[in-house]
Design a protein around this ligand. Structure first.
Ligand code: MG
Length: 157
């Protein structure tokens, strides 16, 4: 078994959708980035890349590449899962923590977990999504941005 860890952060701005784990969440602010800026999936992709030792999201999907402008991070995740599969690496479980001051994410946990499970191709019981605020501190507390952490286990099959 191998473990991978990932982290990401993006700015919160007006005029963008807030998409987390592939789910669009009602919010006056959304995340800014070259893709759809799904900070949770980006952290997850980095965790998967780390577990498989295949670099990181920036090497696989270079920011500034017109091919990835506005791309759904679910599509990026699909590609990474396919890469692991081609190397006979199976994904055991996924645990994600999103750190965002607002909105409250708990009403969306079920949809977020189902979204990830369907892309990864593992049972939803093996996908965990949690959320924290930053208790008003720092850039997250000031609602300037959001961050996510992800841990995954994989096994060589
Ligand atoms: Mg990112």
């Amino acid at each position: 078994m191998r473990v991978g860890f990932g982290y990401d952060s993006h700015r919160l701005v007006e005029g963008k959708d807030l998409v987390l784990c592939g789910v669009r969440i009602p919010s006056p602010l959304g995340l800014e980035g070259w893709s759809d800026a799904d900070v949770a999936i980006h952290a997850l992709i980095d965790a998967l890349c780390g577990a498989a030792s295949i670099g990181d999201i920036g090497t696989l999907f270079p920011p500034g590449d017109p091919a990835h402008r506005g791309i759904s991070s679910r599509v990026m995740l699909e590609q990474v899962v396919a890469t692991l599969s081609s190397r006979h690496i199976g994904i055991g479980n996924v645990d994600i923590t999103v750190v965002i001051e607002e909105p409250r994410l708990s009403p969306y946990f079920t949809a977020m977990r189902s979204s990830l499970a369907s892309v990864i191709g593992i049972p939803v019981e093996r996908v965990s999504v949690k959320a924290k605020t930053n208790d008003g501190m720092g850039f997250i507390g000031r609602v300037e941005g959001a961050a996510a952490f992800a841990v995954v286990t994989v096994s060589d099959g």
